[in-house]
Design a binder for this molecule. Structure first.
Ligand code: SF4
Length: 287
């Protein structure tokens, strides 16, 4: 079966082919995640839940939303797994950042009646070509119908940097989702791509023409062809290397001895997990 691509999969290849190889070809599980990603996930979870309650006409108060965030944090934060990359930035800064994002979003959008929610954390899978050979997937944070009838594709961003309008007008991710949703909501419907930069309490909007989408389809297909044809996946230093989950085994950062050590540790951990599983199974068979 043909591989289903996603915006992140394409971006990983574009940013660093070696990271793409580790993540998608060798499928090496990530042993850690950056604190920024951790905070982003908690904020997404809380906003999803908030809109679930809004849909039931049960808008929670702001303090309840913030309490939920801290409860989720307590339940999921694992100091062994979550990494702080930026030196001299305390954990409390990130925890507060998530709270501030939620407070800012809540106050800006209360009572959440600007649009009707049609989907939350919705997975879309769609072809780029008529034969269905090039397939994409993605998860849309929120889909809504605005008062003027336009379908809005919302994305929450917890990063500090808000891109320029020019960059947003060329953004691939939400435009691809528009291609996916147009099969359900129609090709002639009006669509708006909406980014919520919650750390800066800013909302940015962009739209696409049919010609933009046609070009996006053909560019994406060309990129997929390039990836499928690739046989070599060189490491490429980027500003995000510090956040890369494979830095400890990356040839540009780690010595061959370090790489060997990481691989040996992983093999040991895998063997221990398999042994534990085997013990569990044998105990089960005794029951
Ligand atoms: S650490 Fe940097 S160069 Fe190495 S795999 Fe990750 S992104 Fe690529």
């Amino acid at each position: 079966m043909a591989t289903i691509y996603s915006h992140s999969r394409l971006s990983s290849f574009e940013n660093c082919p070696k990271q793409f190889e580790y993540r998608y070809i060798q499928k090496i599980p990530a042993a850690s995640e950056g604190i920024e990603a951790f905070v982003g996930k908690r904020v997404h979870e809380v906003l999803e839940r908030l809109y679930l309650f809004v849909g039931r006409d049960q808008i929670p108060g702001i303090e309840k939303v913030v309490d939920r965030y801290h409860k989720l944090w307590e339940e999921t934060y694992d100091p062994e797994r979550v990494r702080i990359v930026r030196e001299n930035t305390p954990l409390s800064y990130y925890r507060q950042l998530g709270e501030d994002c939620l407070r800012g979003y809540y106050l800006r959008h209360y009572p959440f009646d600007e649009s009707e929610t049609l989907g939350l954390e919705k997975r879309v899978v769609f072809p780029l070509d008529d034969a269905g050979e090039y397939r994409m997937q993605g998860i849309i944070d929120r889909i809504s119908r605005a008062r003027d009838g336009a379908i809005e594709i919302h994305d929450y961003k917890t990063g500090a940097r808000v891109p320029s309008q020019r960059i947003l007008d060329q953004d691939r991710q939400l435009a691809l989702y528009q291609i996916g949703l147009s099969r359900q909501y129609g090709h002639d419907t009006e669509y708006r791509l909406v980014w919520h930069y919650v750390a800066k309490n800013r909302t940015c909007v962009s739209t696409r023409t049919k010609e933009d989408l046609r070009k996006l389809r053909s560019d994406t297909i060309a990129r997929i062809d390039e990836i499928q044809a690739a046989t070599d996946f060189p490491a490429k230093k980027i500003s995000l290397c510090g956040w890369c989950e494979y830095k400890s085994r990356c040839p540009l950062w780690a010595s061959p001895e370090e790489v060997a050590r990481v691989e040996a540790e992983e093999a040991e951990a895998r063997a221990a997990a398999e042994e534990a599983e085997a013990v569990d199974d044998s105990q089960l068979s005794l029951l």
